[in-house]
Design a protein around this ligand. Structure first.
Ligand code: AMP
Length: 220
């Protein structure tokens, strides 16, 4: 499967699909949002720098996330491939990614764009709950956990992310539109972008993604 990017608005299902794809392909899922939240939770200097941006739904500075990704991709488990979830988020980050990969003699093989309309994104994000420990994702109505407030997978507490409050969601969707959406044209021009309809069952969307990757790999 190689080196891959999962692109899509907040709530499109990047995290959920990433879990399935990581299992199928055996490549690590690298979520910059998860790494940042872990830093905030552990009160690290990096977390302190990032928190204000995250709480108001803005992007944290490129330097912070780029350095984070450079460190993470250099780890041995990424040697035969990785899956980026939530990075790059703007054109400057995409350029930085290209530069770091070139230095490592590698390049992006696939960019999967999970496409979901705004109204559905808002519905998903307002009801989203996540596990504090393993980041498994639930929804109060569409996908509640078996025991209220507890993760089905690891038993830890599930909670509502601070940035999943309604005012912040609107800001994040705005930031996605202005900063991240331009990456679709950027990767389309490079012949790497594969659009996937993000509405439907989790497993059927995973099938659509693996189908698109197989098809692109056959053609290359
Ligand atoms: P996510 O979990 O991907 O929705 O990310 C949560 C928050 O973390 C975002 O709203 C940003 O504040 C921050 N963040 C995550 N990834 C990035 C990135 N690549 N660039 C800048 N900020 C990011």
């Amino acid at each position: 499967m190689g080196d891959m990017i999962l692109l899509g608005a907040p709530g499109a299902g990047k995290g959920t699909q990433g879990v399935n794809l990581a299992k199928l392909y055996g490549t690590p899922q690298i979520s910059t949002g998860d790494i940042l939240r872990e830093n905030v939770r552990n009160k690290t200097p990096l977390g302190a720098k990032a928190k204000g941006f995250m709480d108001r739904g803005a992007l944290v500075t490129d330097e912070i996330v780029v350095d984070m990704v450079i460190d993470r991709i250099a780890k041995p488990d990424c040697q035969s491939g990785f899956m980026l979830d939530g990075f790059p988020r703007n054109l400057a980050q995409a350029a930085a990614l290209e530069e770091m990969l070139t230095k490592m003699n590698r390049s992006i093989d696939h960019v999967i764009g999970i496409e979901v309309a705004n109204k559905e994104l808002i519905r998903r994000l307002t009801g989203r709950r996540v596990c504090r420990k393993c980041s498994a994702s639930y929804h109060t109505i569409f996908n509640p956990p078996q025991n209220i407030g507890r993760c089905d997978k690891c038993g830890e507490e599930i909670y509502q992310r601070d940035d999943d409050k309604e005012e912040t969601i609107a800001e994040r969707l705005k930031v996605y539109e202005s900063e991240t959406h331009p990456l679709i044209s950027y990767y389309t021009e490079k012949g790497l972008y594969r659009a996937i309809d993000g509405i439907g069952g989790v497993d059927s969307i995973t099938d659509a993604i693996t189908g698109a990757i197989d098809k692109a790999s056959d053609n290359s």
